[in-house]
Design a protein around this ligand. Structure first.
Ligand code: PMP
Length: 312
């Protein structure tokens, strides 16, 4: 079995040594931000490829800025320490890497200023978070997305995931796989932890960055693949709820969700109720790219092991 180490208080330690006290500010008030990064195991090459490592840490630093968390690490140092940690853990399977920047002061009062910040990173094995083959059944949530002037959704802020949790649990308890959340003014925003795309009349459409969405790394990837590999430019515009009902195809995307076709919304079949042709094409391209099978896109991958990772 792979060893289990975390990065904690400036060094790599066994995971059971990575603990915080109950008075920690981030635990009390949700004053932390995080990333979710995937590592894909390539069996033939015996290599773990981390997808879009730099892009995730660039967003991480933007989230830190919003929360006034001043980490003593540069983008390069964050990437380097993550590869070191992954190497130490020695996974030979798909993995999920979770960096967390948190207000570590043990003090009372909800605020962002005059507090210490710290960094922790850990990993878990992770296969499919959503079944990406048969498609997901969704409902439009009765919960609205947090607005930028309440809790900015563009920052991946731990406290704001209460909003996602309400939506996800409502959907699950009503027998659906996932929720679609609307903005405060009633436009389509995203899933509980995924961005959303529609296909209508051969056009690919997704809500813009000003619609209280998380600025998804996978969203950018999909926009680029659609343009460069399929020749379709994505239109970023506001989307009405009922456009979901009449779309030819719908899919979620995200680090966890990867590319997940949506086959039902509010008990209406999407298209003919099966993953559509454009979604399927994007999905195939995506999975080939992330597993390191397309040389042109190797630039998106960071190999963890310096040589073939031989099982010990
Ligand atoms: N929206 C939300 C709310 C999310 O939590 C996620 C997952 N990080 C996404 C979208 C997708 O973002 P990414 O592609 O960067 O994982």
């Amino acid at each position: 079995m792979a060893a289990d180490y975390a990065f904690f208080k400036g060094g790599i330690v066994p995971i059971d040594k990575a603990k915080v006290g109950i008075r920690t500010h981030a635990l009390q008030y949700g004053t932390a931000c995080f990333e979710g990064i995937r590592g894909y195991w390539n069996k033939e090459e015996e290599q773990l490829y981390i997808l879009h490592l730099e892009a995730h840490y660039r967003r991480f630093l933007r989230s830190c800025k919003i929360l006034k968390i001043d980490l003593p690490y540069s983008l390069e140092e964050l990437c380097k320490v993550t590869v070191e940690l992954a190497d130490r853990n020695g996974y030979r399977e798909d993995a999920y890497i979770r960096p967390l920047a948190y207000k570590s002061s043990e003090t009372i009062s909800p605020r962002l200023h005059n507090l210490e910040g710290d960094l922790a990173i850990y990993m878990i094995p992770l296969g499919d978070y959503i079944d990406t083959s048969k498609g997901v059944r969704t409902m439009v949530s009765s919960w609205r997305r947090v607005a930028d002037n309440a809790i900015p959704a563009r920052g991946k802020i731990t406290g704001s995931y209460i909003n996602s949790a309400f939506a996800k649990t409502e959907a699950a308890e009503n027998g659906f796989d996932e929720a679609i959340v609307l903005t405060e003014d009633g436009h389509v925003c995203e899933g509980s932890a995924e961005n959303i795309f529609l296909v209508r009349y051969g056009k690919i459409i997704t809500p813009p960055l000003s619609e209280d969405i998380l600025e998804g790394v996978t969203r950018d990837t999909i926009i680029q693949i659609a343009k460069d590999e399929i020749g379709i430019e994505t239109v970023e515009r506001k989307v009405d709820r009922t456009e979901l009902y009449v779309a030819d195809e719908l899919f979620f995307c995200g680090t966890g969700a990867q590319v997940s076709p949506i086959i039902e919304v509010d008990r209406r079949a999407v298209g003919d109720g099966k993953p559509g042709p454009i979604t399927s094409k994007i999905s195939r391209l995506y999975f080939d790219i992330v597993r390191g099978k397309v040389p042109k896109y190797h630039k998106w991958l960071t190999p963890v092991y310096s040589e073939k990772h031989v099982k010990v």
